[in-house]
Design a protein around this ligand. Structure first.
Ligand SMILES: Nc1ncnc2c1ncn2[C@@H]1O[C@H](COP(=O)(O)OP(=O)(O)O)[C@@H](O)[C@H]1O
Ligand SMILES: O=C(OP(=O)(O)O)[C@H](O)COP(=O)(O)O
Length: 403
């Protein structure tokens, strides 16, 4: 269980500085609405309805990237979800920001400009150093309390995440609380029955780190995606090679094949690999082949096959807890969604405790009309979720606990 304070511990009528993670996809300059707004809106609404003065901080993109934009659109999107006005000031800690903060009334909400537009925010430094920055020293005296709701950015030692909690009484927001508890569950909770982990996606190191950290906690690992193909290659099949212009496999193989081979040797009886794979057939449709029948390295595979889905489903139905990290195929293309969606559907049908994480993978839930309520927890974190699964600490959480 967490050892940080939560909104339940907050005194009434506070001037609260709240860190959210509203980092979102930006298409043609337009910020895309997504789960992060909906989730953080609950924390913001609770604070405003309780009559606190609510000042919000968040970041968007990284300097130099196309998605490094102002938060003005974020204020409008968030306001829709909160059901209250969210005013915006295009300043982080200058006179305009201070004036807007000081003129806020009870129950009002203000969003400050992209924290990464303040030069003190970004360099990754020790929390004690971040606390001494001008950014923190200017704003902290204007507040009674700091709330960190940005679990998905809690692996970054940035001023808005680790500096303020050393200067103000600090609390976890509702998103921070829920994410922390669900994502740490696999490491901290004891389950009576079978614990299954579905691992796929594009990064072999994620899968390796998860297996190394959770090998004793998880009964079955169901593999797919690019990572699953590298395991199939290590098991002696002619898949998981770069063909055409792909550069997904060979570099990862060079770096990781020894670890993958030893994992297969040590944990072979816990690991399920695909028995068949799907690819784009000559007519452009989905075609499938049994892994045993593949004898040429001439094709990209884009999903696990139907026989594999049929093998994975009953494993999930028999599970007490299922954790998902990474997609089992290129689900964004409907032809190659069967693996990811089949497994998610099996989880939704099962009365198990479940957590689905990974920014990309969790998008499959709404994309294919699954009901989020049928899952225990759908994480809005990517990097922070994988850190939780691999046992790495989150500096933003550590600082809250220290407070
Ligand atoms: N066989 C495959 N070929 C190409 N892309 C794949 C394949 N399998 C999975 N993917 C891609 O993996 C992505 C998710 O991987 P990853 O970035 O590791 O996960 P997440 O962002 O969910 O943590 C999905 O967008 C999916 O398209
Ligand atoms: O979206 C985020 O991370 P994620 O893509 O790992 O979920 C966070 O906002 C952190 O952003 P950053 O990786 O630019 O520090």
């Amino acid at each position: 269980m967490s050892t940080f304070k939560t909104l339940d511990d907050l005194d009434p009528d506070q001037r609260v500085l709240v860190r959210l993670d509203l980092n979102s996809p930006v298409e043609d300059g337009e910020v895309q609405d997504n789960r992060r707004f909906e989730r953080h809106a609950e924390t913001v609404r609770e604070l405003a309805e309780a009559g606190h003065r609510v000042v919000l901080m968040a970041h968007q993109g990284r300097p130099g990237d196309d998605d490094f934009v102002s938060l003005d659109q974020h204020a409008d999107i968030l306001a829709e979800h909160v059901g209250r006005d969210v005013s915006f000031v295009a300043d982080t800690d200058g006179d305009d920001a201070i004036e807007a903060i000081e003129s806020l009334a009870s129950g009002e909400i203000l969003l400050l400009e992209n924290t990464r537009m303040c030069e003190d925010e970004l360099p990754e430094e020790h929390p004690d150093d971040k606390a001494k920055t001008e950014f923190v020293q200017t704003l902290a005296p204007l507040f009674d309390a700091y709330v960190n709701d940005a679990y998905s950015a809690a692996h970054r030692s940035h001023a808005s995440l680790v500096g303020f909690p050393l200067e103000l009484p600090a609390y976890a927001g509702r998103v921070m609380q829920t994410e922390y508890e669900a994502n740490s569950a696999i490491a901290t909770r004891e389950f009576d029955g079978q614990v299954t982990m579905v691992v796929g996606g594009t990064k072999a190191t994620d899968v390796i780190d998860v297996m190394n950290n959770l090998g004793e906690k998880v009964d079955r690992f169901l593999l797919g995606g690019i990572a699953g193909e590298l395991f199939l290659r290590a098991a002696g099949h002619d898949v998981g090679f770069d063909v055409d212009d792909a550069d997904l496999f060979d570099d990862q193989w060079e770096e990781n094949h020894e670890t993958i081979e030893s994992l297969i040797e040590e944990r072979g009886d816990q690991i399920s690999l695909a028995a068949d794979l799907a690819y784009e057939g000559p007519e452009g449709g989905r075609a499938e082949v049994s892994v045993e029948d593949i004898d040429e390295k001439d094709r990209s595979y884009l999903d696990i096959g139907s026989d594999t889905v049929a093998e994975y489903e009953p494993v999930i139905h028999d599970s007490e807890a299922v954790f998902v990290k990474g997609a089992l195929g290129l689900f964004e293309d409907e032809r190659f969604s069967n693996g990811t969606v089949g497994v998610l559907r099996a989880i939704a049908e099962t009365e198990c405790f479940s957590v689905v994480g990974g920014g990309d993978t969790s998008r499959a839930i709404e994309m294919y009309g699954l009901d989020e309520d049928d899952f225990g927890h759908v994480s809005i974190a990517g990097g922070a979720y994988i850190r939780a699964l691999t046992g790495a600490s989150l500096v933003g959480v550590e600082v809250l606990e220290r407070n």
